[in-house]
Unconditional design. Structure first.
Length: 63
């Protein structure tokens, strides 16, 4: 996949992230044809970029 411009990414916390003091959270940003995922505890850390088609397959197969 080519480089994805993340400068205008609007990050949101996953609805599956825990409440009540759990720190196991991810954030996602939808950027045109790609989905970006990062650790909410480390927003300046690495970002995983996934093609929209692969993301849809992944989320469809979740329990």
């Amino acid at each position: 996949m080519s480089t994805v411009d993340m400068s205008d990414a609007r990050w949101r916390k996953s609805s599956r992230s825990g409440d009540g003091g759990q720190d196991n959270c991810v954030e996602v940003a939808f950027t045109g044809t790609a989905i970006a995922v990062r650790d909410s505890k480390n927003p300046s850390g690495p970002v995983v970029v996934i093609d929209r088609t692969h993301w849809l397959t992944f989320t469809r197969d979740l329990p």
